[in-house]
Write a new protein. Structure first.
Length: 141
């Protein structure tokens, strides 16, 4: 094989390798976690008040993305997966709804309290939390 032919073969194989690398390149990563999509982390729900309330906590890492979660007019409820019951946020005459609203700040932890009729929800139960545009599947701790 002549030197010119070997050079053409190497260049052709190199070009094929480049095209293969471009074709096989992964798609750009889409936001998958709550932090990437909603600007929050440490999302968890605990029983509190002797099991009569559920305490949802989350920490804001990106205030711009988390703004919809703290909107006063946004939905806030929890669905108990086993029973299908929808649990809302209680409101008191003096304090109003038992949830944080307003402008989020990075690094601050926010809460939402949900009323649990009796002691319906137990530790280890699966729940769906709807908070603004966010829907998350969580296990009660």
């Amino acid at each position: 094989m002549s030197r010119a032919r070997r050079i053409r073969t190497v260049l052709a194989l190199g070009g094929a390798a480049v095209l293969l690398a471009i074709w096989a390149a992964p798609e750009p990563a889409r936001p998958t976690s709550a932090g990437e999509r909603w600007g929050i982390d440490q999302l968890r729900v605990h029983r509190t008040a002797g099991g009569h309330m559920l305490d949802l906590r989350y920490r804001v890492v990106d205030p711009r993305r988390a703004a919809s979660l703290l909107a006063e007019d946004g939905d806030a409820y929890l669905v108990h997966r086993r029973s299908g019951r929808r649990l809302g946020v209680p409101s008191t005459p003096k304090a109003g709804p038992l949830r944080n609203t307003g402008q989020p700040l990075a690094g601050r932890t926010y809460f939402v309290l949900f009323a649990s009729a009796g002691t319906l929800v137990q530790r280890g139960d699966r729940v769906s939390v709807v908070l603004g545009d966010l829907t998350a599947e969580l296990t009660v701790e």
